[in-house]
Design a protein around this ligand. Structure first.
Ligand code: UDX
Ligand code: UDX
Length: 477
């Protein structure tokens, strides 16, 4: 029986392995993690990750051919395939700080495999890695002196959070990079066979190792670039009275441009986009391509500006002061249908409002209070102006403004007449996702503003003095 081990039971490793276990009942899949609490959660009814459809799949496969364990060494020893799905955060220290990927977890996994493996393994980079990481892994394995013919493949994951199960079930493509040697080709073919159980063969692309590694960074950079591009236009729309959704619709009808990823917003978040672009920037700098680095750095720079601009607009519109005013923030996750808050634009917006001494009340349907507090906490510790509540009405009660940051569907169906009645007047709404019907809200009496929408009041210019206090400084190349 074929055995798979996946190191890293996170947002990528967990759902991906659950799908393989579902589609390949003859393969045993062990998901291992150094974090015992996370493994315990995977083995409980309360999974550590909220992802629509995931719980049902885990329930069906767990105990059959899907195991969650902390026994890393046993799982490595027994496995034929080892997926590496550990986190690769941006370095916060030393050379490349703020841009390069921190590869210490990847290196430690490679060392564990080198130490424990007694037979040749197919090692698969599932985490997004800087180009040429496979070389490092191969080097460490070769240095172990055991002379086992391990193969290293790159098989980046393109799933998006919130739609992980649908993306895994019907991926646009599966990308597998390997060495063009007989051993490499064999390993690639073996991995293709696993995916081919449910993915049509023509959607499984095979490339060189480096092309696969680079393609993942480039895919994320292109996606993020579309968002920053439309967000630049949102600023222009606000200044001129055009509507960014109308513009996006008009340009998206051009089949060369296409309609997806043109939704203007308060800014993109998530663990991948910023990290991967900064990684790409670092790579370009390393190879002396400073113009290319500057081009991609602009995407991150624009995203930081968009987040700041949104908070500044709230302050400006509330008569240039929010000190002492209650502001309700609806949503804290970086997008709907996930409990993930990594790089969520909500973090910057909340911090900026707290820095202006607003009393901020946050509600998110899936993110626990402790997680919100730890994301917002600054160097001075807890901010007593922050409260976290358990429903939108409580957040809005007595608030001068309602600020929608995450596009949870439930927010579209709130009773806004009821909310309006509990707010001091004028009552403001800022829709950072353009999901609310601004005209209807204005009829109720709200002063409702969207991103890139004709303003209720006169067009506003960004508040020059407002800075994002704790976020990393804007990067210059
Ligand atoms: C991670 C990376 O952040 C992303 O760049 C990559 O594309 C996929 O892997 P994610 O699954 O969202 O994404 O990360 P996370 O939820 O943090 O999971 C990583 C897991 O690896 C954690 O549970 C951590 O405990 C575990 N880990 C980390 C190990 O088991 N061993 C280690 O040495 C390091
Ligand atoms: C992304 C990639 O889509 C995925 O292929 C990769 O594997 C990991 O990174 P993810 O970060 O989970 O996935 O979510 P995604 O749907 O791409 O959204 C990222 C951010 O962009 C979110 O904050 C989202 O709200 C924002 N976004 C997305 C917009 O602001 N506008 C859009 O049109 C689309």
């Amino acid at each position: 029986m074929t055995k798979i081990c996946c190191i890293g039971a996170g947002y990528v490793g967990g759902p991906t392995m659950a799908m393989i276990a579902l589609k390949a009942p003859d393969i045993t899949v062990s998901v291992v993690d150094v974090n015992a609490a996370r493994i315990a959660a995977w083995n409980s009814d309360d999974l550590p990750i909220y992802e629509p459809g995931l719980a049902e799949i885990v329930k069906e496969c767990r105990g059959r051919n899907l195991l969650f364990t902390t026994e890393v060494k046993d799982a490595i020893r027994e496995a034929d395939f080892i997926f590496v799905s550990v986190n690769t955060p941006t370095k916060t220290y030393g050379i490349g700080a703020g841009r390069a990927a921190d590869l210490r977890f990847v290196e430690s996994v490679a060392r564990s495999i080198a130490e424990v493996a007694e037979s040749p393994k197919i090692i698969i980079e599932k985490s997004t890695m800087p180009v040429k990481t496979a070389e490092t892994i191969k080097d460490i394995l070769a240095a172990s002196g055991r002379r086992l013919a391990h193969q290293v493949l790159s098989n980046p994951e393109f799933l998006a959070e919130g739609t992980a199960i649908a993306d895994l079930l019907e991926p646009d493509r599966v990308l597998i990079g390997g060495e063009h040697t007989p051993g490499g080709d064999q390993a690639v073919a073996a991995l293709v066979d696993i995916y081919a159980r449910w993915v049509p063969r023509e959607r499984i692309i095979t490339t060189s190792l480096w092309s696969a590694e680079l393609s993942k960074l480039v895919a994320n950079a292109f996606l993020a670039q579309r968002i920053s591009s439309i967000n630049t236009i949102s600023a222009l729309c606000e200044a001129t009275g055009a509507d960014v959704d109308e513009v996006a619709n008009a340009i998206g009808k051009d089949s060369r441009i296409g309609p997806k990823f043109l939704k203007s917003s308060v800014g993109f978040g998530g663990s991948c986009f910023q990290k991967d672009i900064l990684n790409l920037v670092y790579l370009c700098e390393y190879y002396g391509l400073s113009e290319v680095a500057a081009y991609w750095n602009g995407v991150v720079h624009m995203n930081n500006w968009q987040k700041q601009r949104f908070a500044a607009r709230i302050v400006r519109t509330l008569f240039n002061t929010v000190a002492g005013k209650k502001i309700a923030v609806l949503g804290f996750a970086f997008k709907k249908d996930t409990n993930d808050t990594r790089e969520s634009p909500a973090i910057c917006v909340v911090r900026d409002l707290l820095a202006e001494r607003a009393r901020v009340s946050v509600y998110d349907p899936q993110v626990p209070e402790s997680q919100i507090r730890s994301e917002v906490r600054g160097p001075d510790g807890e901010n007593e102006l922050l409260t976290v509540v358990s429903n939108a009405y409580e957040a809005a009660d007595g608030a001068h403004a309602l600020v929608l940051v995450t596009e949870w569907d439930a927010f579209k169906h709130l009773d806004f007449e009821r909310i309006y009645a509990t707010m001091p007047k004028p009552a403001f709404i800022f829709d950072g996702r353009n999901i609310l019907p601004l005209d209807e809200l204005r009829q109720i009496g709200f002063r409702a503003e969207g991103i890139g929408k004709p303003a209720y009041s006169a067009p506003l210019l960004p508040h020059p003095s407002l800075k994002t206090v704790y976020s990393p400084a804007a990067l210059t190349v």
